[in-house]
Design a protein around this ligand. Structure first.
Ligand SMILES: [Zn+2]
Length: 127
């Protein structure tokens, strides 16, 4: 079951990639790894992990029904890592009614209690 390719597109097997994070054996030590693991969590409907990796100030009241999107592929476009804030630009594909769609987003991650968490989507790069 865990021997398939990781949904995050790393090219690694799931059990050697995001499964480590989703199962709680490890915590991502970079914003990009966190972003990838959150994509895997979205694609597998892992609500607990999404809550755990969301900044408490911005975490919405997510329900399992919010996770029904069929995510198919992730591409990390660009990352900018800081000591306390990091930005990851990505494209994520999903299918809906047999049509493929893509979202293009820039996400801001923040160090919170020494762990990277997702804060919010940004309108664009801000230097
Ligand atoms: Zn992965």
């Amino acid at each position: 079951m865990t021997d398939h390719a990781c949904p995050c597109g790393s090219g690694k097997k799931f059990k050697r990639c995001c499964d480590l994070y989703l199962s709680g054996q490890a915590y991502p030590n970079t914003a990009e790894t966190l972003m990838r693991s959150r994509f895997s969590a979205y694609s597998m409907g892992n609500l607990t992990y999404l809550r755990k990796t969301w900044h408490p100030d911005t975490c919405p009241n997510l329900n399992q029904e919010d996770l029904e999107t069929q995510w198919t592929r992730l591409e990390v476009v660009k990352c900018k890592s800081g000591l306390k804030r990091s930005i990851v630009e990505f494209k994520a594909w999903y299918t809906e009614n047999d049509q493929e769609h893509v979202i293009h987003e820039i996400s801001l991650f923040k160090l919170y209690k020494k762990r990277w968490v997702y804060l919010e989507a940004l309108p664009g790069w801000s230097d």
